[in-house]
Design a binder for this molecule. Structure first.
Ligand code: GUN
Length: 287
């Protein structure tokens, strides 16, 4: 087998961020609008702090404004809802990002439901997920959008492909399935999850596999059809140090025709797509 194509998310994300910076500059020059993202971070999950820092840095690099609302782990539901209400009413805020996961005592659905759907640049509000399900998307959820573009913009078509998604979360698996079913994307989609008996049966027939199950090194070579495209959404800290994904990269990569690295695959694309949605929201402001 020839060496797989490495789906370089870092490189493509840099290109997308440049496109966002150009659009931001035009919005400033022509309409006096600076796109702005408000990030809300509750508690002290170290990974969430790193993600939010990276998202804000990406905003700054693109010429966008960002604000960090850092709240203690003990924040009450009412306090958080009050903050969301304030951000909804603030015209300089075009996007609201409530970093997940929230501490257990908070009702995530209730909080996300409160975000003005026109400022829901994460694409996780039920209005936006509903529009996507109905085939008329507004904001695409960032990770599924990133996965779609990372494959497509590397010259690989989704159309007519047998795609198996591992994982059924709203934030990745389920919303990616909706995206890939859109007319014009035209994939044939199977979603496997923790209660699927014998997932290997489906995986062996997949032209494209997207792993988003949150289990380190779960996907092994004997589950993958030779020549398959493999996209890894997972990211985990290895006990001995370093990072790995949901895919056993060393054994799966030689079999695949294309594969995402971890880190440097889907992760940077998620951030780039958050900026795409925020600049889109700013361009719709007042219309
Ligand atoms: N936590 C992990 N991924 C995401 C994401 O895309 N958006 C938010 N808000 N939280 C996350």
């Amino acid at each position: 087998m020839t060496a797989p194509l490495i789906l370089d998310g870092k490189k493509l994300a840099a290109q997308v961020r440049l496109e966002v910076a150009e659009k931001t500059a035009r919005l400033k020059d022509q309409r006096g609008i600076t796109p702005g993202l408000a990030a809300v971070l509750v508690g002290d999950d170290p990974a969430s702090h790193v993600y939010v820092k990276n998202k804000r840095q990406a905003c700054a690099d693109a010429g966008m404004a960002s604000w960090l609302h850092q709240l203690p782990a003990g924040t009450t539901q009412e306090e958080l809802l009050d903050l969301v209400d304030k951000l909804n009413a603030d015209d300089s805020v075009h996007g609201i990002l409530v970093q997940l996961p929230l501490p257990k005592h908070l009702d995530t659905a209730l909080i996300l439901d409160r975000i003005d759907p026109r400022k829901d640049v994460d694409g996780l509000h039920p209005d936006n997920l509903g529009l996507l399900a109905d085939g008329r998307p507004r904001y695409l959820p960032c990770t599924p959008h990133g996965v779609w573009q990372l494959v497509k913009r590397n010259g690989i078509s989704w159309a007519g492909k047998n795609v198996v998604i591992l994982g059924r979360s709203s934030i990745v698996g389920k919303s990616l399935a909706l995206l890939l079913l859109q007319k014009g994307v035209d994939a044939t989609v199977t979603v496997c999850h923790s209660r699927t008996p014998n997932p290997g049966h489906y995986l062996k027939q997949a032209d494209i596999i997207v792993a988003a199950i949150g289990q380190p090194l779960w996907l092994k070579a004997d589950m993958v059809k030779p020549g398959a495209v493999v996209v890894d959404v997972g990211i985990h800290r290895k006990p001995a140090g370093g990072l790995c994904g949901d895919v056993s990269y060393d054994e799966v990569a030689p079999l695949s025709s294309a594969i995402t690295p971890v880190p440097g695959g889907v992760g940077p694309m998620t951030i780039a797509m958050l900026l795409v949605n925020t600049v889109e929201s700013a361009s719709l402001a007042g219309k």
